[in-house]
Design a protein around this ligand. Structure first.
Ligand code: MIC
Ligand code: SF4
Length: 642
């Protein structure tokens, strides 16, 4: 039987396990990346593991999320990350150099290699044929130390593309179309391979938009073949030597095949507050727009920005709209500048933001009260923009420009003729903002600088055989990590200060959650399906741990969050009968008995002492996961087991 692209890479990196969907496998990791909002914690964990030098082929620490320095906290964290990187063998991408995924694709990604990153959009690297996955910070710390990365062997899906996109229909619309078809949980447990004749019409930046947004499907990752288009991109980046060709075997077997004819697609838009709430732009034309943001790791490539510049050239944006542009990297910004395209953008009335995540994670540029914001980003979860009642829509750069120019949601085809942009023969290469690590000898004497905002890791709690706890919070389906641990400019600076962060935990759903959880001492949370979708932030597990949460019982979980819960020593458990979800009420006094035996049999009994009822919960922990839970998390487990 032939192999898919992902199966080939997995086979080459398999350390443990069998490639049987649903079973646990351990992979050797070639490259890692971190960003600053998850990086401080990841490097504190790496230090706690106690390994001197990273053992990967390449590890890069990016500063791109926490770039607003409204107090000492973010600046201190940047200095900490820079100093820890220099000492332990990690490349440091300075603030201003760009968004981790964009820069990694340009300068470091290699087809056929494995990459894990402490950011859920790490699958962007699949645009050049990498097996690139988002992970919790602790998993990245372990991989930097040479440890394996454990995942459940995914199923294989294929999206077969035929035809060619029509003018003003873009890779972003392809991403929205697949979200419309599969929904935000349709990719859970799967790797999505993109193939078919249609992919020959898509450049690497377009492919990277698609693999980036595959994260919103809940997929383990997404991947394109590495072909002559990949080769041309790597050559233009001066990295032709990194090219290797990769394709699936003709007789590879897929669990699901989806066909999309590119020539039938239209400009699409994801409406508030979920990336899969998709309709045609033409269906909601005329809605008044207050703000437009162009950028983020989904749509900030040079090609995207040049299209935007060409459409804005000679036009002035509507006076009632505020337009921001954040180029994805210093390379993109410098080429926009030298080509004169930036002048066209600025002349239209746009505001230039730095090469960073910015508004995507609520780091500035929050919309006005109840404002309508059209963004080229990948997520529009409630409250993420920083404005609680903001209405965020997700669109292509072309649709974003149309809204900025006309002041309302408008089909971009009304802008006239579509710009034709091809990737340059040579990108402007300047790696001066990437600081190399010290060599092993020099590193010994180097000091790691820690600011006062860095607080100790929360106390670990080994899972015990009997747990009495209160149900402090019951939530519904598709709870995101932005609900659990909100981000934004006011909260993000405290990612290395768990006690401070804890005041905000789940407050989007229940203002009183932190107070109630603390008062309960030990607690459980109940959720619906796809609990924990979205970001890879391990803080969505570490903060509940700090607040006393011992288990989360849900109808189903998102992949990275379930792994983060286990890494934090919190049990993720699923209802055996989904109807039992309705029987539980917030405030119920609960108990789990014979937990260890239940972990072995796969069924744990949950006693509702308030209602005198019993429910069955299921778990399918591997022996490794059971040991992690019994040790109180991956950190104590790794220290014990080396
Ligand atoms: C996001 O897009 O939600 C983030 C911010 O990049 C997160 C990481 C984080 O919370 O720091 C992600 O996607 O993993
Ligand atoms: Fe940054 Fe937004 Fe991309 Fe997350 S999704 S890495 S916040 S640009």
């Amino acid at each position: 039987m032939g192999l898919t692209i992902a199966q080939k890479i997995i086979k080459n990196h398999l350390i443990e396990g069998d490639m049987i969907p649903g079973s646990e496998i351990a992979l050797k990791i070639d490259q890692t990346l971190t960003q600053d909002a998850t990086g401080t914690m990841a490097y504190l964990e790496f230090e706690a593991i106690g390994i001197d030098r990273v053992k990967t082929e390449r590890s890069v620490a990016y500063i791109d999320h926490n770039t607003l320095q409204c107090g000492f906290e973010n600046a201190d964290d940047h200095i900490y990350i820079q100093s820890v990187a220099k000492k332990h063998g990690i490349y440091f991408s300075r603030p201003g150099n760009g968004i981790c995924h964009q820069v990694h694709l340009e300068r470091f990604g290699i087809p056929g290699k494995t990459l894990i990153g402490s950011d859920s959009h790490t699958p962007t690297g699949g645009g050049i044929g990498m097996l690139a996955m988002g992970a919790g910070g602790l998993d990245v710390a372990v991989a930097m130390g040479g440890g394996a990365y454990y995942i459940t062997m995914p199923k294989m899906y294929k999206v077969n593309l035929t035809g060619k996109l029509r003018p003003f229909v873009t890779a972003k619309d392809v991403s929205l179309e697949i979200l419309r078809i599969l929904s935000v949980k349709g990719g859970v447990g799967a790797i999505i391979e993109w193939g078919g004749e249609g992919i020959k019409t898509l450049s690497v930046p377009e492919r990277a938009t698609i693999t980036n947004m595959g994260t919103e499907l809940g997929a383990t990752t997404s991947i394109f073949p590495s072909d002559e288009i990949t080769k041309a991109f790597l050559e233009a980046e001066g990295r032709g030597a990194d090219f290797v060709a990769l394709e699936s075997d003709a007789d590879a077997v897929y669990d699901k095949i989806i066909d999309i004819d590119l020539s039938t697609l239209e400009p699409l838009i994801a409406c508030p507050h979920s990336p899969d709430n998709v309709c045609k732009v033409s269906e909601i034309e005329g809605t008044k727009v207050d703000q437009v943001c162009i950028g983020s790791c989904t749509n900030s490539s040079l090609s995207d920005m040049l299209k935007v510049a060409s459409l804005l050239k000679g036009r002035t944006i509507d006076p009632s709209v505020s337009l921001s542009i954040s180029p994805g990297s210093k390379q993109v910004l410098s080429m926009l500048t030298s080509s004169g395209a930036l002048t066209d953008i600025l002349a239209s009335g746009a505001r230039l933001l730095e090469c960073a995540c910015g508004p995507c994670i609520g780091m500035g540029f929050s919309p006005n009260s109840a404002g309508v914001s059209l963004r080229t980003f990948n997520r529009n979860f409630l409250g993420r923009s920083g404005t609680k009642d903001g209405n965020v829509y997700l669109v292509s750069p072309e649709t974003a420009v149309a809204a900025a120019v006309f002041g309302t949601i408008t089909d971009p085809r009304k802008l006239g003729s579509a710009p034709e942009i091809s990737i340059p023969e040579k990108y402007a290469i300047d790696d001066s903002a990437v600081i190399e690590p010290a060599n092993a000898d020099e590193a010994v004497a180097l000091e790691v600088k820690r600011g006062p905002n860095i607080k100790p890791f929360p106390d670990c709690h080994p899972v015990t055989d009997e747990i009495e706890a209160k149900l402090v919070l019951k939530v519904g389906d598709n709870i995101t990590t932005d609900h659990i641990m909100p981000a934004g400019a006011k909260i993000l600076p405290y990612r290395s200060n768990i006690p401070h962060l804890s005041q905000y935990c789940f407050t989007v759903c229940d203002e009183k959650f932190p107070e109630n959880a603390k008062a309960a001492g030990q607690s459980f949370i109940v959720g619906g399906s796809n609990y924990g979708q979205g970001s890879s932030r391990e803080h969505a597990a570490l903060v509940p741990l700090y607040l006393g949460v011992r288990a989360v019982v849900a109808k189903s979980f998102a992949r990275i969050h379930a792994a983060n819960l286990i890494n934090a020593g919190i049990m993720p458990l699923e209802f055996k009968n989904a109807d039992d979800y309705d029987k539980l009420s917030q405030g119920d006094e609960l108990a789990m008995v014979n937990v260890y035996a239940g972990m072995d049999s796969g069924v744990i009994k949950l006693v509702n002492k308030t209602k005198s009822e019993e429910y069955e919960l299921i778990c399918s922990y591997t022996d490794r996961q059971k040991s992690i839970l019994k040790a109180g998390g991956l950190l104590p487990y790794t220290k014990l087991n080396g």
